[in-house]
Design a protein around this ligand. Structure first.
Ligand code: NAD
Length: 357
């Protein structure tokens, strides 16, 4: 197949980890007889430096004319002055809004060989394999907000429509259908009106997916269950702010921020794929970042945007196999194993990919 992928490397380690993922996508294309065209564009802090805008019109045009976007990370101390009018993160919000990317998918797996890097006991991590579906364009982050009076009062509005909940719930149900057929919907329906609408709507959508078992959980008790019995969850769907918090909590189960991928999807096949970590200014330029989250994001890109499930599975298997034979970056280092650079880790995955294929 032919596909065009826009690469927004962004800032800091973003450039290092996307370079590895692009090389692996090129390998996938070569092995499978596909033609992937990569188009690079400025995004985030580097785009502010070059054009004054974190999401310049030329970048938007390239994103509009492609099948999927692979994104690194944006931001860094240079652009983090809170009083600055233009900030890299504004580019992320505009990108999500422009393409109406309302569903953020974040798979979280605990790898047994990395258990000692996670703060939970190894027995609790056994079998942890869950998928968060976070609503990404609604709720308190997009509702009306204001500071009032002398600044001694302020409010934010957590607002949802039935249509907004239906569309993200369907993404979650479809994902559950393709997995272990269990969905946990997280809300705060004992207090919040928006959560009661959420719960009611998820229950209605459930009728379309009779084979999926649904449970509703209150966000406070879910936050506890996520740490007490993480392996019992399959797919979790929740609103924007709860999802923001819970996905960071879940991220520690994987042992390192560098391990986790994400996909932001809208109604069609187009999506934006990025690791969950930031630009890591503390290690940027050293070539030691863990590219796994970006590689696994590339696998999600292959599956969701390019409809290449076998290639996606091969890339995931190659990561697993590289880890099994001892490939480790500094964040997941083991005393008796060599610590690899970002690029060398990528080469180990490439070698595994050739074997898997
Ligand atoms: P961060 O994720 O960049 O880093 C947190 C810690 O994890 C650091 O110690 C870092 O070295 C480590 N880390 C992160 N990714 C790693 C990887 N792949 N391999 C090895 N170690 C890794 O979060 P932060 O330090 O809070 O933020 C730094 C900048 O990134 C800020 O400007 C922030 O706004 C931005 N940020 C951007 C995104 C995004 O682009 N989506 C997300 C989060 C933070």
């Amino acid at each position: 197949m032919q596909a065009t992928i826009t690469v927004l490397s962004g800032d800091g380690i973003g450039t290092e980890v996307t370079a590895v993922a692009v090389a692996l996508l090129q390998e996938i294309a070569a092995l499978g007889g596909h033609t992937f065209t990569f188009q690079e564009a400025l995004f985030g802090g580097c785009a502010i430096d070059a054009t004054g805008d974190p999401f310049p019109a030329e970048t938007q045009a390239l994103c509009e004319n492609c099948d999927a976007v692979l994104l690194g990370a944006v931001g860094g101390p240079k652009w983090s002055d809170p009083s600055a009018k233009v900030r890299p993160e504004q580019g992320l919000l505009r990108l999500r809004r422009h393409f109406n990317l309302f569903a953020n998918l974040r798979p979280v797996r605990a790898y047994p060989m990395l258990a000692r890097h996670a703060p939970l006991r190894a027995d609790l991590l056994e079998g942890v394999d869950m998928l968060f579906v976070r609503e990404l364009t609604g709720g308190a982050y997009f509702g009306a907000r204001q500071e009032q009076g002398d600044g001694d009062t302020a409010y934010d509005t957590m607002i949802y429509t039935v249509a907004e909940v239906q569309r993200v719930a369907r993404v979650a149900f479809r994902a559950a259908q393709a997995r272990r057929k269990h969905l946990t919907s997280v809300d705060k329906a004992n207090v919040l009106a928006s959560s009661r609408l959420w719960q009611r709507t998820v229950t209605q959508v459930a009728a379309e997916f009779p084979e999926v078992q649904v449970e509703h959980a209150l966000v406070d008790s879910f936050a506890m269950q996520l740490i007490r019995t993480p392996s019992r969850f399959d797919v979790i769907v929740t609103e924007n702010m709860f999802g923001d918090i819970l996905t960071d909590e879940a991220a520690v189960l994987a042992g390192s921020l560098g391990m986790l991928p994400s996909a932001s999807l809208g109604e069609g096949t187009f999506g934006v794929y990025e690791p969950i970590h930031g630009s890591a200014p503390d290690i940027a330029g050293k070539g030691i970042a863990n590219p796994t989250g970006t590689i696994l994001s590339a696998a999600m890109l292959l599956r969701h945007s390019l409809n290449l499930p076998e290639e996606a599975a091969a890339l995931e298997a190659a990561v697993q196999s590289a880890l099994e034979v001892g490939a480790r970056t500094a964040d997941i280092a083991e005393p008796n194993l060599p610590t690899l650079s970002c690029a060398d880790f990528g080469e180990r995955v490439r070698a595994a990919l050739r074997k898997v294929h």
